[in-house]
Design a protein around this ligand. Structure first.
Ligand SMILES: NC(=O)c1ccc[n+]([C@@H]2O[C@H](COP(=O)([O-])OP(=O)(O)OC[C@H]3O[C@@H](n4cnc5c(N)ncnc54)[C@H](OP(=O)(O)O)[C@@H]3O)[C@@H](O)[C@H]2O)c1
Length: 328
């Protein structure tokens, strides 16, 4: 039997098999709010928020750096507009451990309090280290996360963009402090299968760490609306394969979607991530995108479909390493 939800290690927080990423909310440079995407407005975001929650997609991922805090601020506004709906929401945000933040405990607590203020909550369900860019040890980062937990400001803790080695190391440091590592948020999709083939997903499963899959529809490139003839707008440079190569993957998604009664390429791409035991957190800018993505739930690809998609998947060209990592 497949699970209906997962529990974040070290907490009683339950998350659905699919979440929502909110990087685009309030972001101009990559996602075009207030710029090239005139359809992305507070109104369209509110519709995406409502439609996701109503479909049971209640996990929302944000970060202090998204839109310079604007994504968190917008979530705070959504919560204020409809507290009853918001009561179902599981909130995840992130701390950017920039190399100059040498007093990492003080910096993390200060950032966290600022995030809580923007979100309008006394504590978050999941607090994540955004990437492996701190100059401080995993012990120092674990101390900072433990302090946040002891202060009652976070229910569960996670990391993002951590390699297998880094994941094992911080999990062990948290363990020494009586804490559990709940999640590692990584880029995982049919455009970047390397977390599976390289053993990171298996290591997460062994440690009881949930892999949250970001950019799971290839920053829009796996939805079928973009192609070599119609490339996506804006600066979407994760796993930036030539669109001719992406088109072949989308064709396979279409074929498999038809076999399942007309599932869309996005729904099939998300279902493949779910089949791998990871929790995809696709961005949604509108009600229709949120509803379509929620349609990845409630059905399952069969083993032949998964094998065909494994064959079509690309290994990925963006490495998880502190040297080349750029945030999103
Ligand atoms: N930890 C990290 O370092 C990191 C890095 C990146 C992302 N993330 C997180 O992961 C989340 C998701 O990743 P992402 O936003 O980069 O990429 P994504 O989820 O693969 O793609 C999202 C974009 O695809 C388009 N889209 C979404 N649903 C669609 C649908 N049903 N039909 C057609 N188009 C659709 C929208 O853009 P258009 O309509 O403009 O095409 C949307 O903004 C982020 O919001 C963020 O929370 C984390």
């Amino acid at each position: 039997m497949s699970p209906e939800n997962y529990t974040l290690a070290g907490s009683d927080v339950s998350i659905p098999l699919l979440g929502v990423g909110t990087w685009a909310w309030g972001d101009r440079s990559t996602w075009g709010m207030g710029g090239y995407d005139t359809a992305l407005t507070l109104g369209s975001i509110e519709e995406a928020w409502n439609a996701s929650i109503d479909a049971g997609v209640t996990l929302f991922d944000t970060a202090e750096v998204y839109g310079g805090g604007e994504s968190e601020r917008i979530i705070g506004q959504m919560r204020d507009h409809d507290p009853a709906r918001a009561s179902a929401v599981v909130l995840a945000t992130k701390f950017m451990p920039s190399p100059w933040k040498l007093n990492v405990r003080g910096a993390l607590l200060k950032s966290l309090r600022a995030s809580l203020g923007r979100l309008g909550v006394p504590c978050v369900d999941l607090y994540q280290i955004h990437g492996p860019v701190s100059l401080r040890s995993h012990g120092a980062l674990a101390d900072a996360l433990a302090a946040a937990h002891q202060a009652g400001l976070v229910k569960a803790v996670g990391v993002s963009n951590y390699s297998t080695k880094e994941t094992r190391s911080i999990a062990s440091e948290l363990d020494k402090r009586g804490m559990r590592l709940a999640t590692n948020q990584i880029e995982f999709s049919l455009l970047r299968r390397v977390p599976e083939t390289g053993g990171l997903l298996a290591a997460c499963a062994e440690l009881g760490v949930i892999a949250l899959a970001y950019s799971p529809i290839g920053q829009g490139r796996l939805t079928g609306k973009y192609s070599a003839a119609n490339p996506p707008p804006g600066k979407r440079n994760f796993s930036n394969h030539p669109m001719e190569v992406v088109d072949a993957v989308v064709n396979e998604l279409r074929t498999i979607g038809e076999k399942h009664g007309g599932k869309t390429p996005s729904q099939v791409a998300l279902n493949w991530v779910i089949a791998k035991g990871a929790v995809p957190i696709p961005g949604a800018k509108s009600r229709s995108q949120a509803q379509e993505n929620a349609g990845a739930l409630g059905w399952r690809l069969d083993a032949d479909d998964v094998a065909a998609l494994d064959e079509a998947a690309l290994p990925g060209i963006r490495n998880i390493s502190s040297r080349v990592w750029q945030h999103g």
